[in-house]
Design a protein around this ligand. Structure first.
Ligand code: IPD
Ligand code: CA
Ligand code: CA
Length: 265
């Protein structure tokens, strides 16, 4: 195992432990509103600090891009961290959230870890070396028909300005598929696509820390990722469509004709 992946796994596990321990006093957590429907708790911050400390100890020269503390340092290697993906779930006691850590070297994702502390599921990937769940190798689902597919999506709950545009994509996709889940953690949605539990997924307006680790997991599990126009600018615009080759293509083809101008990217 690559030493950076090893550090990422250990950091994700420690952050997960902080999250799980804090569950006992979730009703008394201090909650701060960052912007509309965007909350942060001490648990997000503590978990993030734990991850940053572990990285700093092993790689003091590397740069960090973390959701709660922003960009720190300049280096060709950047650790991209979401200490708690699914904060709204966490705050409501809805048991579905995770830690996401990715390592980017010269703008390319090289390692990714997504850890679900409640199920003790560690999803890992290194470029060229495949994706794993705990010790099991992952492959995306083989399903080719949209009619049999279970998809996931994210609602634009932080961006009401995208609601109409989003609903146009939903209206285009939903009638064609078996069903659609909105579970509330983009990183876990991506990990589940890599694991073949979901056939595809799309969302508008993701941040780098929501998608970096998951994108590598999917690619290493044999899946496909693109932005809303079939390109690879999802880091810039945060619009993401993923799945196995057949399903990803069909989701993309379904939404493209219905995209408003602000989403043609
Ligand atoms: C959010 C979750 C959610 C997705 C949002 C993300 P957070 O992350 O992943 O599922 O719909 O786009 O911002 O704020 O819980 O880390
Ligand atoms: Ca997130
Ligand atoms: Ca978060």
């Amino acid at each position: 195992m690559h030493p950076m992946l090893n550090i990422a796994i250990r950091a994700a596990r420690s952050a997960g432990n902080i999250i799980v321990r804090s569950l006992q006093h979730v009703d008394h957590l201090e909650v701060t509103i960052k912007s509309r429907n965007d909350f942060v708790t001490d648990v997000d911050r503590l978990a993030e600090q734990e991850i940053i400390n572990a990285i700093r100890k092993a790689y003091p020269e590397h740069a960090i891009l973390a959701e709660e503390s922003g960009q720190q340092g300049e280096n060709e290697t950047v650790w991209v961290i979401d200490p708690l993906d699914g904060t709204t779930n966490f705050l409501h006691g809805f048991p579905h959230y995770c830690v996401s850590i990715a390592v980017m070297v010269r703008g390319k994702i090289e390692h990714g870890v997504i850890y679900d502390p409640l199920r003790d599921e560690m999803f890992t990937a290194t470029r060229g070396a495949g994706a794993q769940l705990n010790d099991r190798r992952l492959r995306v689902a083989k399903r080719k028909e949209l009619t049999a597919s279970l998809l996931a999506t994210g609602f634009p709950f932080k961006y009401p300005q995208y609601l109409d545009s989003y609903l146009a994509t939903f209206n285009a996709v939903f009638p064609q598929v078996a069903d659609v889940r909105r579970a509330g953690s983009a990183a876990l949605d991506l990990a589940y696509v890599a694991a073949g539990r979901l056939d595809g997924y799309w969302e508008i307006g993701l941040e780098k820390w929501d998608l970096a680790a998951g994108v590598l997991l999917i690619e290493e599990a044999g899946g496909v990722v693109s932005d809303f126009v079939g390109g690879d600018d999802y880091f810039e615009h945060g619009n993401l469509v993923v799945g196995n080759l057949a399903v990803q293509k069909q989701i993309l083809a379904s939404i493209t004709p219905h995209l408003s101008d602000d989403l043609k990217k």
